[in-house]
Design a protein around this ligand. Sequence first.
Ligand code: EPZ
Length: 431
Amino acid sequence: MDSIIITGNGPLSGRIPISGAKNTCLKLMTAALLADEPLTLTNVPRLSDITTLRALLESLGCEVALLREGRVMVLSARQITSHRADYQIVRKLRASFNVLGPLLARTGEAIVSLPGGCAIGARRVDLHLMALERLGATITLEQGYVHARAAHGLSGAMIEFPLVSVGATENALMAATLAKGTTVIRNAAREPDTVDLAKCLGAMGAQIEGAGSAEITVHGVARLHGTTHEVIPDRIELGTFMIAPAIAGGEVELMGGKRALLEAFCQHLEEAGVEIAETHNSLRVRRRGNRVRAVDVTTAPFPGFPTDLQAQFMALMCTAEGTSVMEETIFENRFMHAPELIRMGARIDVRGGTATVTGVPRLTGAPVMATDLRASVSLIMAGLAAEGETCVARVYHLDRGYEQIEQKLLAVGARIERVKGGVAGTSRFPR
Ligand code: EPZ
């Protein structure tokens, strides 16, 4: 397993290109199952999650071709040759569960492994299943697999989610595009990912109104056709890299960044003393003064503060002036970065879903362990500002969601290197 070593190296300066959005791209790929014509995606990020989902789609009979060094993906689901999404893939990539809606809508049958939990929480799928049953599917659970059937097709319905679920909204939205009649999805996710998926589905011939609001209406059609669609910039990668100059100092320009993708996050950064200037195709970010101020945070569904940026913001609050109270309301176990940050000298008190962070002037480098995708990148951010060397082990978590992170940070002056096969506790980092 690779490790990444970062040495605190003072203020950053330069430009970072923001890649296509991982989570959006994954759902767009599943949408290809809805049509018997090619769906071409551009601005595709080169990430292991994308590769994993590609393998699953190919196992279902979807042909997936990569062009332009993997930036363009052509998905052709003319023939669906299998209805079964295997546990070995779904357990590695939860987004695979989003093949359920499209597969069921297109063929009348889908057998998809329950994804199981992950490091940050139980990750239930009851809302996905509720929505598909509302659309007329018969669902049984057999040996860890969801068997969904709709021999006579799906029928439009009213779906009311008791809580906002991005994945369940997207499964329901995709299934409803081919249902007979009209579907109304209430308490729908409003994330930019979901809006971009709706935009792509519309270009494929779906009739969707209200994407981006809490109520989405879908008028079912007989079939969808192919299209070409550009994946939006990754707002979580964007927010992550906005933390870099905020924690290490200097000024960084994030190419492709748009403030509208993460307004609440930007407001919290500005309250902490970070300046954000928007140009026609970038965000310029720099910290005012030598240290940010502590700011309280409560995560929430879009347009609130994104849960996927909580760990990165916590790293920043570890070096802030004052005390920040951070509430994680979306997932039940999303503070696993806290013990690792404490190893770097942070002062964090976690009680249930609330973390109280008392800022210290300087963190110190240490060997730390990545536990999940966003926790691992928060440790990289902390390492940028820490005294000495930080070695982050198990960085395969990082490679799932951040394309060429070392190269992007090296380009703005960070001291960062990947140690192939490096394991914390080697002679360099006794543990
Ligand atoms: C998506 O996960 C993202 N993943 C997550 O990003 C993100 O954190 C999350 O949305 C929230 O924004 C992808 O898009 C691939 P949810 P998803 O359904 O769809 C509960 C990252 O780091 N729930 O919105 O799985 C659930 O347990 C990842 O990139 C149910 O109870 O999230 C959670 O508490 C992490 N029943 C809450 O809803 C259900 O059927 C929100 O989950 C579904 C969800």
